[in-house]
Design a protein around this ligand. Structure first.
Ligand code: SF4
Length: 325
């Protein structure tokens, strides 16, 4: 079993583009980060910033074409998965790195029972296994009542929260070392969201896997993650320990994201949105990509790309005029 400090995944200068080479959509454009065994890290940012494409790239799940890997490396336990053959990729997907997505109803096959679908996920990676016994065990672990009866149930007979528990069961059936959870609770109502996140935290403690949480919900990040990466326009703009980044955000974009979170404390709830929208990935702005929306922008921001600077222990920020909050 991996030790807690072991680096599972090293992403280095990853570039994932879509469309023609002459004018590609540069969805992910020079992203680097690590995932250590057993930790929870979060990737946050608005829609269209490249979070999901980054997540899919970790098991090379971006459809090629229209997507293509324009550069960089994704090393899983030291081996670059961008160089894997199809057989190695099949072993990696589900067996080592598993995914839970936003819409469980879209991911489950309506024509097959829950039992058949979970057992299939197990058989794909463990041919020696007693699939029925493992199916019962994993359905029980994810807190679904009466796993025996559930084996013969079809997806449409379950609530959204139960469907998401089944998806988590399928993802965890082969004991992956990394679970990528892409907005896993966005489609669920608030009380169920809390149950699913508690479940993920409990299973992580039991199974010792790492979690990469993709979300725009900073409340979830504060609750679950140890480290956070803030992504904007295909790049990471701030990274660091969660408490440090959320309590002392150094980048204007991180501060804007935090100010956009509704607060119920104080005499009045105040929320401010971020002006403008994420630009088109075929035409990212020159210099700092956040400059058209940044209230602190200076002429240099339009011309020069800010490099990473240290804002504290393990805390990096890419801004010419960063300052602690
Ligand atoms: Fe704003 Fe300039 Fe910093 Fe970019 S580099 S975030 S435009 S102050």
């Amino acid at each position: 079993m991996a030790s807690h400090s072991e680096t599972l995944l090293e992403v280095r200068d990853l570039r994932v583009y879509f469309g023609p080479a002459a004018r590609p959509a540069r969805a992910v454009d020079g992203v680097s980060f690590d995932v250590r065994a057993g930790e929870t890290i979060a990737l946050v940012g608005e829609s269209g910033c490249g979070k999901t494409v980054t997540a899919l790239s970790l098991a090379r799940l971006v459809p090629e074409p229209p997507g293509w890997y324009a550069g960089g490396e994704v090393r899983y336990l030291g081996h670059d998965i961008l160089k894997y053959d199809q057989r190695a990729l099949r072993r990696l997907r589900g067996g080592e790195i598993a995914y839970v997505f936003q819409e469980p109803a879209d991911a489950l096959n309506p024509l097959f029972t829950i039992g058949a679908q979970v057992a299939e996920a197990i058989r794909l990676h463990r041919d020696d296994a007693d699939a029925r016994a493992l199916t019962m065990d994993i359905l029980d672990r994810v807190g679904l009542p009466d796993p025996q009866a559930l084996l013969k149930t079809y997806p449409h007979q379950l609530s959204g929260g139960m469907q998401q528990r089944v998806m988590i069961a399928m993802a965890l059936a082969c004991r992956p070392k990394l679970l990528v959870a892409d907005e896993p609770t966005t489609a669920l109502d608030v009380t169920i969201q809390a149950e699913i996140m508690d479940l993920l935290a409990r299973l992580q403690a039991e199974l010792g896997m790492a979690i990469l949480l993709i979300t725009h919900n900073l409340g979830l990040v504060a609750q679950l993650a140890g480290r956070v990466h803030v992504m904007y326009a295909g790049r990471l703009v701030e990274s660091g320990p969660v408490r440090e980044v959320l309590d002392r955000p150094a980048h204007p974009y991180t501060r804007a994201l935090l100010e956009a979170v509704p607060r119920l404390t104080g005499s009045r709830a105040r929320v401010s949105g971020i002006p403008g929208a994420v630009p088109d990935s075929t035409d990212w702005p020159a210099g700092c990509r956040f400059h058209p929306r940044c209230s602190l922008a200076q002429p240099v921001c339009r011309e020069k790309t800010p490099a990473d600077e240290s804002a504290g222990e393990g805390h990096a920020v890419a801004c010419h005029f960063w300052r602690p909050a």
